[in-house]
Design a protein around this ligand. Structure first.
Ligand code: TYD
Ligand code: MG
Length: 452
């Protein structure tokens, strides 16, 4: 039998301490430590060891995946839902988490028993949404409940194969004495659902809210408990929704699914590579189109830079959708290796469409956008760029260069500036590819008249 001893856990950051203190030693919050029962594993009994197997003798019969009815959702999951796995879907309120969960739950309910547990909305509200989505006819079971034990009991009684829990912030485990919504409560409720998923081979989809600031008491503290973590990314103004796998035990991390929110809920976007592109009629200074790769697909995005004389003591470097530190590094390279000094200028970078770019392939496009804004000289509207920059000012090749160039050509782009090593051996029809060895080369290729 497991023994229980008392410990304390911070409801802000989740830190556990054996002794009560007024202030959390980890995050510094006051009066945030609450009592918590911690199950202590019993010492192993000699002679009753857990069976150990040879690698070759492990049974590999994989259960077939369940398809969610939305190809883009299947794609981020790595090919559908794995029975017995737990998927966390995070995102800001109103972004479409419940809509996605309800649509796929209704689609799956035709084939298997699915239960949608709502702790946030009433059954009538879920019913209304289902009607708006044209899903009223689906044989989907609903329960309005906030106790995980009750939800698990309801699943066991019905032979449920897929469970949706909307949202984890509203759930409580009877075994936890902490306040609903606190970190201990979130973790215990999730741990209970994970145990249920593994024991019963039920796929469990857990919805969690994240705020723009990424609250501490949010889904982040749950990431290590679950198998797959998906986050919604989007500009609130845009109708497109990106769902990114940030962790996936059953598929590639960083894969994305693309949806458009419309009257009929979320619709999958099958060929999303150009959705974030706003085509300009006239060339615009400071704007450069980049071919990035999201998951396993090329994506064309517009990068914008605005460089302005600074009035502040410390000039500002602000990047939205791009890493601020990387921007500072790139500006130093631009100064040192291309002679463009921006020490007295504010530099703003924006990735259009609310996409975040983590790839170093964006380096060259960022600096071309900066240089273009400084001089007020645009690149042609039919030009794209990509490439990684080294601290020596050298341009390094990036993976999948040819695939990116072909995608750009497919969308009507006619010129490209890329690292020399990314120039394809065989020409790409209708695309003039210029290879640059250094950042100075690239600037000279973009604006031949600017030399010097
Ligand atoms: P929702 O799924 O409720 O968001 P979350 O669960 O992440 O909080 O999405 C609600 C938003 O989506 C809301 O602003 C209305 C919009 N929406 C549509 O545009 N079309 C639809 O068919 C539905 C159901 C919602
Ligand atoms: Mg919701």
């Amino acid at each position: 039998m497991a023994r229980t001893r008392l410990a304390y856990r911070c409801d802000q950051c989740g830190e556990a301490t054996p002794k009560w203190q007024g202030q959390c030693p980890a995050c510094g919050a006051w009066n945030s430590l609450g009592e918590e029962g911690v199950a202590v594993r019993p010492a192993p009994v000699p002679g009753r060891a857990t069976p150990v197997r040879e690698l070759g003798a492990v049974a590999l019969d994989e259960e077939p995946r369940l398809t969610t009815g939305l190809a883009e959702f299947d794609r981020v999951l790595g090919g559908g839902l794995v029975p017995g796995s737990v998927i966390l879907i995070g995102g800001e309120p109103g972004i479409g988490k419940s809509t996605l969960a309800l649509q796929s739950a209704a689609a799956m309910a035709g084939q298997l028993p699915v239960l949608y547990a709502t702790g946030e909305e009433s059954l009538a509200q879920v019913g209304l949404r289902a009607r708006r989505l044209g899903l009223s006819g689906a044989p989907l079971a609903l329960v309005a409940e906030t106790s995980v034990e009750q939800i698990v009991a309801a699943c066991l009684g019905r032979g449920t194969r897929v469970l949706v829990v909307d949202s984890i912030q509203t759930m409580a485990s009877d075994q936890s004495g902490s306040a609903p919504g606190s970190v201990s409560q979130l973790r215990e409720a999730t741990a209970r659902l994970v145990a249920f998923a593994k024991q019963s081979a039920t796929a469990v989809i857990v919805i969690g809210h994240v705020t723009r600031e990424g609250t501490i008491a949010g889904p982040r503290v749950l990431e290590h408990l679950v198998d797959t973590v998906l986050y919604f990314e989007s500009d609130l103004g845009s109708r497109y929704r990106l769902v990114r796998a940030v962790k996936n035990r059953f598929g590639a991390a960083n894969e994305i699914g693309v949806f458009a929110m419309g009257e009929q809920g979320l619709r999958e976007v099958r060929n999303p590579s150009a959705i974030f592109l706003s085509r300009h009629e006239e060339p615009v200074p400071g704007s450069v189109v980049l071919v990035t790769r999201e998951g396993s697909r090329p994506l064309l995005v517009e990068l914008q830079a605005l460089v302005d004389e600074s009035r502040a003591q410390q000039p500002r470097r602000v990047a939205v959708g791009f890493d601020n530190n990387r921007l500072a590094l790139l500006l130093a390279v631009l100064h040192r290796h291309a002679g463009l000094a921006l020490g007295a200028h504010d530099v703003f970078i924006n990735v259009v469409g609310g996409v975040s770019i983590a790839e170093t392939a964006a380096d060259l496009a960022v600096l071309l956008a900066v240089a273009s804004s400084v001089d007020g000289r645009p690149l042609p509207v039919d030009a794209i760029a990509f490439g990684e920059l080294g601290l020596g000012g050298e341009l390094r090749p990036i993976p999948f260069g040819e695939e990116r160039l072909r995608e750009a050509a497919k969308h009507g782009f006619r010129r490209a500036i890329v690292p020399r090593a990314n120039v394809p051996k065989k020409a790409i029809p209708d695309l003039a590819v210029a290879g640059a060895a250094t950042i100075a080369d690239a600037l000279a290729l973009a604006w031949p008249e600017r030399r010097g």
